[in-house]
Design a protein around this ligand. Structure first.
Ligand code: MN3
Length: 234
């Protein structure tokens, strides 16, 4: 390991201080110009390769850097252009029926993917432990039945969309939404707080699975992040 001499240390500290001051100034400046609300893309919690072989690196990279990034950019454009001002994502989605198609579709796309990335992890899958297993068994009869219903919702969503596990006022429910709609939207038939979701747009699986959506869904269980599900159920 390289030993840092005193002079280098002092110079390094000064640089860090200057950078902090500059960062604060930039932040204050940005705040003054920022619209009332803004969506941002979370940092992917793992590498593009991390979910191999179930989800390939190329799909992850395109999905994150092209599709998701575009939803973020487009919804923020809409928010600025249409002067949309809500205090939270939740309020934004509760008013989805009043939004333009661009704001609704891209807002959904922005939020849904941030949620989706966290539904997965490297070395995920397996059987959930403790209270997650208890909750799913109680609501759906067994883990197998839960997976079957959720898989069915994902497989039968016609065209592009999402399948969800939601908590609707203390009751766990499974359903799906078209396009980039989500269960937080007032326009959605399925309502509740999202607990788990799978993206069944073709862009989520086509490079590896082509038209075989069912195979993608089956393999997707191998990357599910049950710890995250546990946090959301808490
Ligand atoms: Mn997608």
């Amino acid at each position: 390991m390289k030993k840092i001499n005193r002079r280098e240390f002092v110079v390094g500290s000064l640089k860090a201080t200057a950078a902090t001051a500059l960062g604060t100034a930039l932040m204050e400046n940005a705040e003054a110009r920022t619209p009332a609300m803004e969506f941002s893309q979370i940092k992917l919690p793992y590498s593009y390769q991390a979910l191999e072989p179930h989800i390939d690196a190329m799909t992850m990279e395109i999905h994150y850097t092209k599709h998701h990034a575009a939803y973020i950019k487009n919804v923020n454009e809409s928010i600025a252009a249409e002067k949309i001002s809500f205090s939270s994502d939740k309020e934004f989605f509760m008013n989805a029926s009043k939004l333009s198609a661009k704001a609704r579709n891209n807002g959904g796309g922005a939020w849904n993917h941030n949620f989706f990335w966290q539904c997965m992890k490297a070395g995920g899958g397996g059987a959930p432990a403790g209270k997650v297993a208890d909750a799913l068994n109680a609501a759906f009869g067994s883990m197998d039945k839960f997976k079957e219903s959720f898989g069915q919702a994902a497989a039968t969503r016609f065209g592009s969309g999402w399948a969800w596990l939601v908590n609707d006022g203390g009751k766990l429910k499974i359903g799906s939404t078209p396009n980039q709609d989500n269960p937080l939207m007032d326009v959605s038939d399925l309502k509740g707080t999202p607990i788990l979701a799978i993206d069944v747009w073709e862009h989520a699986y086509y490079l590896k699975y082509q038209n075989r959506r069912a195979e993608y869904i089956t393999n997707w269980w191998n990357v599910v992040n049950w710890e995250e599900v546990a946090k959301r159920l808490a």
